[in-house]
Design a protein around this ligand. Structure first.
Ligand code: NAP
Length: 304
């Protein structure tokens, strides 16, 4: 086995590492050490968000990771996300000006002068959604973000941007795994040059978010077919997590596994030594169970 170092193109001048380190539910206490450990394991993409409330600690981990490995800022790809507001939660949508300020605040917390990718975390900004996107275009032009995109946007949200004639997002970060394959959305994104970034690739694992307060919403149909992944992973002599992450990368999705356990961190980027064969990819294609379970799906304020 070997560490995966491949990248996928995001726009004309920016490539995104195929495997990144996710930091959702990583506390401020854990983040500096976890991010440093991830960089030492070979991760070159760190994904955070204003909404994770850990940007300062993640920034500290990035600095520690660079110091420990002798790498420089240019060697690391950093993503953060605008929290767009959500009127359905009594959280006013961020305006154009507020979006510019939010990015600056995130950069200050991270201790960086730019990020490699800045995303609108969700389409919940309602009437301000397009203004938020216009602000991201400005931020990219000002050099604050090398690439820009969205997250949890469905086809109608993407079409809203495209039909206005604005520059389209470089990427859409969405929940993608064999139970949530979103073929129509992905086809639309491919037609419009919007790269997929997969989150929560490990949902099918029995160990996925099992700690207190991290309850997941797996359906009975999902629970019934988890054995398929176990059996296929055994066939390739890899762990189920490696199998699920490889499935994402083989489909062309950058993946973002999160783990606080160094052994799992190493495993989750060690994806080069095997290829899932076409017959198995075909079986997996038939396992789609529709929308995801990690977040946003089923939330009417986000799905509108
Ligand atoms: P994930 O990375 O798919 O799975 C993490 C869970 O799996 C944790 O419970 C982790 O536990 C466990 N795990 C990790 N590696 C494992 C392994 N090798 N074997 C067994 N169990 C393993 O889930 P996620 O955090 O939901 O998604 C990944 C990242 O995507 C996030 O951290 C975040 O950066 C991003 N994300 C974005 C959005 C969005 O709306 N844009 C939404 C969700 C996630 P331990 O930590 O105990 O190992």
């Amino acid at each position: 086995m070997a560490i995966m170092t491949r990248t996928f193109p995001l726009n004309g001048s920016v490539d995104i590492p195929a495997v990144g380190f996710g930091t959702y539910l990583v506390s401020n206490e854990d983040a500096p050490k976890a991010v440093q450990a991830a960089i030492e394991c070979g991760y070159r993409h760190i994904d955070t968000a204003s909404g994770y409330r850990n940007e300062a600690a993640v920034g500290e981990g990035i600095r520690a990771g660079l110091a420990a490995t002798g790498l420089t800022r240019q060697d690391i790809f950093v993503t953060t996300k605008l929290w767009p507001g959500n009127p359905a939660w009594g959280d006013a949508p961020k305006t154009h000006e507020q979006t510019l300020d939010e990015c600056e605040t995130s950069l200050q917390r991270l201790g960086l002068d730019h990020v490699d990718l800045y995303l609108i975390h969700a389409p919940s900004g309602g009437t301000e959604r397009l203004n938020q996107w216009r602000a991201l275009i400005e931020l990219q032009r000002a050099g604050k973000a090398r690439s820009i995109g969205v997250s949890n946007f469905n086809q109608s949200h993407l079409e809203e941007i495209r039909s206005t004639g604005l520059q389209t997002p470089d990427a859409n970060q969405i929940e993608l795994h064999p139970w949530s394959q979103k073929p129509e959305l992905l086809a639309y994104m491919a037609e419009n040059g919007i790269a997929p970034i997969a989150y929560s690739s490990l949902v099918p694992l029995s160990t996925w978010r099992t700690e207190e307060g991290q309850a997941s919403a797996k359906t009975e149909a999902m629970k019934a077919d988890s054995g398929v992944f176990t059996a296929m992973a055994a066939k390739y002599g890899v762990t189920e997590a490696q199998f699920l992450l490889r499935w994402g990368v083989q489909n062309g999705y950058a993946v973002l596994p999160k783990s606080l356990k160094p052994e799992r961190m190493r495993q989750n980027i060690d994806l080069e030594g095997f290829t899932i064969d076409e017959a198995d990819m075909e079986v997996l294609r038939a396992m789609d169970r529709g929308q995801g379970v990690a977040w946003a799906s089923g939330d009417p304020s986000v799905a509108e």
